[in-house]
Design a binder for this molecule. Structure first.
Ligand SMILES: *[C@@H]1O[C@H](CO)[C@@H](O)[C@H](O)[C@H]1NC(C)=O
Ligand SMILES: *[C@@H]1O[C@H](CO)[C@@H](O)[C@H](O)[C@H]1NC(C)=O
Ligand SMILES: *[C@@H]1O[C@H](CO)[C@@H](O)[C@H](O)[C@H]1NC(C)=O
Ligand SMILES: *[C@@H]1O[C@H](CO)[C@@H](O)[C@H](O)[C@H]1NC(C)=O
Length: 583
């Protein structure tokens, strides 16, 4: 009797804990058990598609097919449910796992069908949308007899639904796969259109596998943008076939580059997972390394002391009034942008941390006077954005361009803000569309100590204990507490189209990448998908999110991402929000 009472108590509590990350708009679950195997009949708009564990969607001539994308999504779902699952002993009380698992000896009801209905046809924009151009909403039902149904407007919505479906299941300690949540009914849609991660592949080169793994984890978090910061002052890994000298002289080493087919492969891989990968080539600052191949174009390469001329070494900016710069940028964009345009709607032109003192060193400018530099900067931005538009792409710029330098930009341009709340208020008040990467909350590289060395003596003493510029570390709880629309009027709030967490790579390479990104990025993913506020207008709490994120972290690990734990097993086994509550 006692064990029965304890058992049902566990079942009840567990049922209330297990759910989906990010939390759906609405979800109801039951407490019936269903099993799932490698035999499921799957249909897509009435047509049978295979329930197999591996499928690489076909792409014909840059044309994406909805059915191929859904087939790929279904195969990954099968793989994640059947092979890359986990036994959730960390999520149940001490020694209690077996009591909470369904009996494998009783008659099993299996999931027999998954019917997918897409209610509208995808368009070309579905696969490379501007914010708001794709409907990612979906409905998912799973009845107690083992029949599942997905309804979505777009194939992207189907992918989001499949991800939610996959998160219903666990591995039994005896091996089979089950859910105890049937019947399930989910109705879901995102709060923000742009839910991204900035990945810096210039300061440290990342191999393709690491980028693919990152895209996978983004899609599991229902995030939909990968912003690739492709070049910077330290290295130029981006191959430009018409100007091979850029990577031949500017990459860190032979082979530590991205060829045109690498970039197309990354973007294709991303699209197949409902993620848009877009490229940034920062300018006119943050590209000192171009001096190695095109010394005429750059001012201040390696200038010293660097603190006078740039935010970090090595310095170097495009000269601002040098006639050779325009032909260079024409050639660069004529080569690069038409190759990006089939796969993304955006191109990020950078524009952050332009150092005016560096123009003291530029013979074509010869001053740091704002009244001289700003009109030149305006001309630079106008011409550069015209190149982006000519290629059919929409420019994104860092906030300094409109906010600090008072350069005017087109209404189409999206502004990426990193300086925080006041900046977002003033940018949206001026009518700019904004994505936020508020460094006080969403910079993942912060708070890990300085990466610079300090010589013994004055600077050693002054800088002890060698913090970095943006500490403390942004733990998931801090990341989760950020409301991108806080303090804005309704009108201003609408202009915040989303956000990106930032992973600047001074101290991030493929070895620590996963643990830096995950599951902290997923915390931002839930803010952006579900909203900081719940349906009642209350802040979502760590007490609600913590158990779900702890579970999601186990899924990330089971699927091959070496994500950090969010607390110790004592806390996850407590199953009660006050087990590890600060008092
Ligand atoms: C399962 O759910 C039903 C209906 O909500 C409820 O009556 C029953 O007590 C639950 N069973 C357990 C074991 O929690
Ligand atoms: C501009 O440059 C001069 C040196 O030419 C320097 O003294 C001054 O501090 C600089 N202004 C700013 C705002 O950095
Ligand atoms: C910014 O530029 C606009 C014209 O484009 C001008 O009206 C405004 O006064 C400038 N603001 C500042 C702070 O310089
Ligand atoms: C949500 O949290 C913020 C601080 O992060 C606070 O300013 C705000 O009042 C809270 N809102 C609600 C509705 O509790």
């Amino acid at each position: 009797m006692l064990s029965n009472a304890v058992l049902s108590l566990f079942l009840l509590t567990v049922t209330s804990v297990h759910a989906i990350w990010p939390v759906p708009t609405s979800i109801s679950t039951g407490n019936s058990t269903l099993w799932i195997s490698d035999i499921v009949v799957v249909t897509y708009n009435g047509e049978k598609i295979p329930w197999i564990k591996q499928y690489v969607p076909l792409v014909g001539n840059n044309k994406f097919s909805s059915k191929e994308i859904v087939k790929g999504g279904v195969a990954r779902t099968a793989k994640n449910i059947l092979d890359n699952n986990f036994v959730p002993w960390k999520l149940y009380p001490r020694m209690a796992l077996e009591q909470t698992e369904p009996s494998p000896w009783q008659h099993k009801i299996y999931i027999t069908r998954l019917d997918i209905v897409q209610t509208e046809k995808d368009t070309e924009k579905t696969f490379k949308p501007l914010a708001g151009e794709v409907d990612e909403s979906y409905e998912l039902t799973l009845n107690a007899n083992g029949k599942a149904k997905i309804t979505a407007v777009s194939s992207t919505g189907v992918l989001r639904a499949l991800e939610s479906f996959s998160q219903l299941f666990f591995q039994h300690s005896k091996g089979a796969i089950y859910t105890r949540l049937a019947p399930v009914k989910i109705s879901d849609a995102p709060q923000y259109d742009h839910r991204g991660l900035l990945l810096d592949v210039s300061r440290d080169w990342l191999p393709l596998d690491a980028i693919y793994r990152t895209i996978d984890a983004l899609s599991w978090s229902k995030m939909n943008r990968l912003h690739i910061h492709a070049t910077d002052s330290q290295s130029w890994p981006l191959e430009i076939p018409s100007m091979p000298e850029l990577h031949q002289k500017g990459a860190y080493a032979r082979g530590k580059t991205y060829s045109p087919s690498d970039i197309a492969a990354i973007q294709t891989y991303a699209i197949q997972r409902g993620v848009e990968a877009y490229i940034e080539v920062d300018s006119p600052g943050h590209l000192g390394v171009v001096a190695l191949s095109h010394p005429d174009l750059i001012t201040g390469w390696g200038a010293s002391p660097w603190t006078t001329y740039c935010a970090e070494p090595p310095c170097g900016q495009l000269k601002l009034n040098e006639p050779k710069v325009d032909p260079f940028l024409d050639k660069l964009t004529d080569d690069l942008l038409p190759r990006l345009a089939p796969y993304s709607a955006y191109f990020h032109t950078g524009g952050d941390e332009v150092n005016f003192n560096e123009y003291n060193l530029d013979p074509t400018v010869g001053t740091n006077d704002t009244s001289v530099i700003v009109p030149l900067l305006q001309k630079f931005v106008d011409k550069h954005h015209a190149r982006v538009r000519k290629a059919g792409l929409t420019p994104i710029v860092w906030e300094e361009i409109p906010a600090n330098y008072n350069v005017s930009i087109g209404e189409d341009v999206v502004v990426q803000s990193w300086l925080g709340d006041a900046a977002i208020k003033s940018l949206t008040a001026k009518g700019h569309k904004v994505i936020t990467s508020n460094y006080n909350y969403w910079y993942l590289d912060c708070g890990r100590g300085a990466w610079l060395n300090f010589a013994e003596g004055e600077s050693f003493a002054e800088n002890w204990p060698f913090n970095d510029w943006c500490g403390p570390t942004k733990g998931w709880r801090l990341i989760y507490s950020y409301d991108p629309r806080a303090g804005l009027t309704d009108e201003e709030a609408k202009l915040v189209i989303g956000g990106e967490v930032g992973a600047w790579a001074e101290m991030i390479d493929e070895v620590n990448l996963d643990s830096i990104l995950w599951p902290r990025s997923s915390a931002a993913g839930e803010v952006l998908w579900s909203g900081r506020l719940d349906a009642q207008g209350n802040n979502r709490t760590q007490l609600d999110a913590g158990p779900r994120l702890a579970e999601f972290r186990e899924r990330l690990v089971a699927r091959g991402v070496r994500a950090d734990p969010i607390h110790m097993v004592f806390c996850t086994q407590g199953m009660s929000s006050d087990t590890c509550l600060f008092q």
